[in-house]
Design a protein around this ligand. Structure first.
Ligand code: ADP
Ligand code: MG
Length: 598
């Protein structure tokens, strides 16, 4: 008996569906991509609950003829490639020609489509991939696809679906990425009839970013742009203080397509080096425009992971875009990097150029010869080692005095001495080669924060003799009670007390009278943070900030010494949890330059 069969097409489709359509959001992604490929200028995606029951994507693109609409649901039916050569220069989003077939195989689908200029359109009904009905219909130009009961015939897949809120979140992410990748298209997303996203489609990345991120974060973004050979980077990076605990707010696009890439992550992080405390991830929307022949995107079924032909060129282009954005921000606040340091690095870099094994693009190789004439010293740092040598950006210190150049390095400070306090609360210390100025409050805040965040140590609580009643608006009370466990971890014990909260315990380093305002602050954060908020971290930040000694507060000499010791000996303590610097290091040579000795 024969044991090898060619799979019946519907079975093959269901297998493909598993690959392409993992969850409702993947279906939305494919439908949106098709709409983009069809040249739509407006795309509306709508869904109910988690999307499995109902998804609709409508576009005003080129539409399909009746024949094409039927063919679109055949496996490997695509209008986008005809030969293997076409694969080289593909610039549309989808090209595998299997998404629609795969989606239709696991749902009940309805299609309404009318080609631009056609007298009438086509209505198509499919059930598990089989066309049940196809007729002429009056409908607007463009295409609308409705999916009902996604995964109705694949119970295993259905079982793996997460809560509605989680699936809805994934759909939202898909729409956000699409909207940021194509600011020239107006995107609307509706969940249960309510609009959750609407971009203008005016072609300006900035307006798309504002619609997605909201005004508050929108104004904290810095312009980033750099061209290196065939690659042009444009977009925005968030100011250091907007950084997050995850990559959730990092968006990278290559020719309008959202991508993931370790090269891009590394370049971004390198650009932010020393501007952020360890573990903080910058916010960004960065778009690369480059020839399609210089990358490969077809390495992953969901087409997200990208491989670049000239990794180093990409790394450099993105790194300089980021670095430039941070430098500009710095220039606006009056803090300049020493020019000598930059050109010194530059010579170093020239000397050691060509150390990396990664292939360089012809354009990037040509850069060193021509860049000096144009005075573009930033055009070619090369290895990670040299990036570290270039003067790192740091956010400006809270005061402008003294006008030191703030540079903090990774290097450990082996020997040091506390000199004393100056200007009402700044600690002064010295190492053999530098003078250090430490913001007492920021240092203490960071030290407390690190202690709170380290899983092992739960802070000591103080039991209040008299439990405090804290009157807060009901929604704030509810928000706090919901995270009661977390508050315990931070040293609070709170109870529901009708229209108020009863506070029984507070962290031992917190003055009990500070508890009400702190709890209100935490509650506000919990409410306004949305799903991007790291609740634990925000709570700890607020607690640390409130509990840290104030700059002007008197403290015992040995406490100050202990605090200085932590800063001098732990490089992880060089920024406060909000990203502000904790310490400023003025090297001997910087000092000498200020005295015009250097
Ligand atoms: P691919 O996008 O990889 O070509 P799909 O299965 O997603 O494969 O789509 C198959 C074909 O159906 C597309 O090549 C396109 O010609 C047509 N199509 C799909 N969606 C639309 C749409 N919204 N508007 C116009 N044509 C579409
Ligand atoms: Mg497609």
């Amino acid at each position: 008996m024969n044991r090898i069969h060619v799979l019946p097409p519907n079975v093959a489709d269901m297998i493909a569906a598993g690959e392409v359509v993992e969850r409702p959001a993947s279906a939305v992604k494919e439908l949106i991509e098709n709409a983009v490929d069809a040249g739509a200028t407006a795309i509306t995606a709508e869904f109910r609950r988690g999307g499995a029951g109902f998804i609709r994507v409508a576009d005003n693109g080129c539409g399909m003829s009746a024949e094409d609409a039927r063919a679109a649901f055949l496996r490997h039916a695509t209008s986008k490639i005809e030969s293997a050569e076409d694969l080289q220069s593909i610039s549309t989003l989808g090209f595998r020609g299997e998404a629609l077939a795969a989606i239709a195989a696991v749902s009940r689908a309805e299609v309404l489509t009318r080609q631009t200029g056609a007298a009438f359109g086509t209505a198509l009904t499919l059930n598990a991939g089989r066309i049940e009905d196809c007729r002429e219909a009056g409908c607007p130009e463009g295409t609308t696809i409705i999916l009902r009961e996604l995964f109705f015939n694949t119970p295993a897949r259905q079982k793996f679906l997460k809560r509605d809120a989680t699936e809805a979140g994934h759909i939202h992410d898909v729409a956000v990425k699409a909207a940021l990748g194509r600011p020239d298209i107006s995107f609307r997303l509706l969940k249960d009839g309510e609009e959750t996203l609407h971009t203008a489609g005016d072609g300006k990345l900035k307006s798309a970013v504002y619609s997605v991120f909201g005004r508050e974060l929108g104004i904290a973004l810095l312009d980033a742009a750099h061209t290196l050979g065939s690659v042009t980077v444009s977009g925005f990076v968030g100011k250091p203080e907007t950084a997050r605990g995850s990559r959730a707010m990092q968006f990278f696009f290559v020719n309008g397509r959202p991508v993931r890439s370790r090269t891009l992550y590394a370049a971004l992080e390198e650009g932010f080096k020393n501007a952020l405390p360890a573990g903080r991830m910058p916010v960004c929307v960065l778009c690369l425009d480059m020839p399609p022949s210089e990358y490969d995107i077809n390495v992953h079924p969901a087409k997200a992971e990208i491989k670049f032909l000239y990794e180093r060129q990409i790394f450099d282009a993105l790194y300089f875009a980021v670095k430039g954005a941070l430098r500009d921000a710095e220039a606006h606040t009056g803090l300049k990097l020493p020019p000598a340091a930059v050109s010194g690095d530059f010579r170093e870099t020239l000397k050691s150029a060509g150390q990396m094994e990664i292939r360089e693009s012809p354009a990037a190789q040509a850069a060193p010869a021509s860049a000096p004439e144009h005075g573009d010293v930033t055009a070619f740092a090369s290895s990670r080692r040299e990036y570290r040598q270039s003067a790192p950006y740091m956010p400006p210190p809270a005061t402008q005095e003294p006008r030191a150049v703030p540079i903090i390095e990774d290097a450990q400070a082996p020997e040091w001495r506390l000199i004393g306090q100056a200007l009402g609360g700044y600690l002064l210390a010295e190492t053999p080669d530098a003078l250090w100025m430490i913001d007492k409050h920021a240092a203490h805040e960071r030290a407390l924060f690190n202690t709170l965040m380290s899983e092992k140590t739960e802070p000591m609580s103080q039991l209040l003799l008299q439990p405090q009643t804290v009157a807060l608006p009901a929604r704030l009370c509810a928000a706090l009670l919901k995270e009661e466990k977390l508050l315990r971890k931070a040293g609070f014990m709170v109870e529901d007390f009708g229209a108020a909260l009863l506070v029984r315990e507070v962290p031992d380093f917190l003055a009990p009278e500070d508890a009400p305002s702190l709890l209100a602050e935490i509650a506000e954060k919990l409410l306004s943070g949305g799903k991007a908020l790291n609740v634990r971290e925000e709570t700890m930040k607020a607690v640390a900030c409130k509990a840290a000694i104030k700059l002007t507060q008197k403290s015992a000499a040995e406490d100050l010494k202990a605090l200085a010791a932590r800063v001098m000996e732990d490089p992880d303590l060089r920024h406060c949890p909000h990203g502000r610097p904790v310490a400023i290091r003025l090297t001997r040579s910087q000092l000498e330059r200020q005295f015009l000795r250097g």
